[in-house]
Design a protein around this ligand. Structure first.
Ligand SMILES: *[C@@H]1O[C@H](CO)[C@@H](O)[C@H](O)[C@H]1NC(C)=O
Length: 234
């Protein structure tokens, strides 16, 4: 199976409490519920399309508890899928306390060897997708372990200035191939990104030629007679 990370992010990379004011108020985060203003039909269709291809889910404890409190109560086909397909929650404390998870078809992973445990989940089936929704710190650990096959990011045109972030110092340096991208009418940018290795470094090429004696572009040339560089067009 492929491992897919699906996340809502602000421009400053915040992922905390996208869906509601009380979703995750930890660290006094009081800006929860920042996705809905950008939700429209196009956004709904993109979320639905991704949901259709899910066969398994993997959550952090926090996201699992939110989902487990929500989905079993909702009688529609979407919740049927959530309620019947296999789910994994990474939680050392649930494992230690022998908790099975109240939500149907849940397996608890203790996370003691996250790489091996998630690799085993991915190998359970040839086809299909294990989707990670929310679960920010877990998503980041999976990225740093190089286990992610695809990120599906919904970038909201908003800066929050605080809150839990996906990226930060120490993230595994990675280049991505853009598999799909779309901007909705409300300015939300959806990108599907597939990791394709490390960071490729290249210097900006030197200017190919110099023009004149510095006379023509004198007005912009503080150095007086120094040659004026002709900007290379990109
Ligand atoms: C739990 O999952 C099983 C197997 O996927 C399914 O048959 C059953 O209907 C589910 N139960 C509930 C309450 O959703």
């Amino acid at each position: 199976m492929k491992l897919i990370i699906q996340l809502f992010l602000s421009l400053d990379g915040v992922l905390q409490a996208p869906g509601g004011k009380t979703e995750d108020p930890s660290n006094n985060f009081d800006l929860g519920g920042w996705v809905s203003p950008f939700a429209d039909e196009e956004f709904g269709a993109l979320v639905e399309k991704s949901f259709q291809t899910a066969t398994h889910f993997l959550f952090s404890r926090l996201t699992y508890d939110l989902m487990a409190a929500h989905w079993p109560k909702i009688p529609d086909p979407e919740s049927m899928k959530m309620n019947t397909c296999p789910k994994f929650v990474v939680s050392a404390s649930m494992a230690r306390e022998g908790k099975k998870g109240s939500w149907n078809t849940t397996t608890v992973l203790d996370g003691s060897d996250l790489r091996r445990q998630v690799e085993e989940v991915k190998k359970m089936e040839e086809e299909g997708e294990v989707q990670v929704h929310g679960s920010g710190s877990l998503a980041r650990q999976l990225h740093d372990l190089g286990l992610v096959d695809e990120f599906r990011l919904f970038l909201m045109p908003i800066v929050l200035g605080k809150g839990k972030k996906l990226w930060g110092d120490g993230a595994l340096p990675t280049s991505f191939e853009v598999a799909e991208s779309k901007t909705t009418s409300k300015g939300l940018v959806y990108v599907s990104l597939k990791p394709k290795g490390g960071v490729v470094q290249e210097d900006v090429p030197p200017p190919e030629e110099f023009v004149g004696e510095g006379k023509r572009d004198r007005a912009e040339d503080d150095e007086g007679d120094a040659p004026v560089k002709k900007a290379k067009s990109y």
